[in-house]
Design a protein around this ligand. Structure first.
Ligand SMILES: CC(C)(COP(=O)(O)OP(=O)(O)OC[C@H]1O[C@@H](n2cnc3c(N)ncnc32)[C@H](O)[C@@H]1OP(=O)(O)O)[C@@H](O)C(=O)NCCC(=O)NCCS
Length: 139
């Protein structure tokens, strides 16, 4: 099931983070993110998570990242997390949802397209030449 993250999830979330990203968020950064909008998928053990920021005053949310433990991928867990986040945003009166997707993550683009997100623009960060796709959805 999809539920809100709690502090006790931090260690497992940090493990999935390390296994999922070349430049993982530090446990300190994750601890702070956990206090914001943070969902986990728990089937007895946390298998994935979705981090976002929610700005109620301008009805806007940004999905920061979604990750699933490598051994649990391909079973629809990320899809359940995105669905759960969109439902929660809608309940909070959020109208605009944005996200940045590292361009190399083709699977992630497909995941978000499935939920009606559309590519807005590509952003290249000169420092390390990383490209991001900015995707957006109105709900
Ligand atoms: C991207 C990620 C979150 C997907 O998690 P998942 O639980 O395996 O995703 P789902 O099973 O819900 O699949 C969602 C869709 O994306 C597709 N997909 C997932 N990974 C894919 C990949 N590597 N290549 C192509 N398509 C992929 C699936 O086929 C599925 O589409 P479908 O429902 O039409 O078949 C997971 O691979 C991951 O943690 N990757 C590392 C971190 C990352 O890149 N996060 C995204 C950017 S923040």
């Amino acid at each position: 099931m999809v539920r809100s993250a709690e502090m006790k999830d931090l260690e497992r979330v940090a493990e999935i983070e390390r296994l999922s990203f070349p430049n993982p968020w530090t446990p300190y950064y994750l601890e702070n993110a956990l206090k914001d909008f943070f969902l986990v998928y728990d089937d007895g053990e946390v298998q994935g998570y979705l981090a976002a920021t929610c700005r109620d005053q301008d009805e806007k949310a940004t999905i920061l990242k979604v990750a699933v433990h490598p051994e649990a991928r391909g079973r629809g867990i990320a899809s359940k997390l995105v669905r759960g986040a969109l439902d929660a945003f809608e309940r909070r009166g959020i109208k605009h949802v944005e996200l940045d997707v590292k361009i190399i993550s083709a699977g992630a683009v497909h995941l978000y397209e499935k939920f009606g997100f559309r590519i807005q623009r590509m952003v290249t960060i000169d420092v390390d030449d990383t490209s991001f796709l900015v995707m957006k959805k109105e709900i």
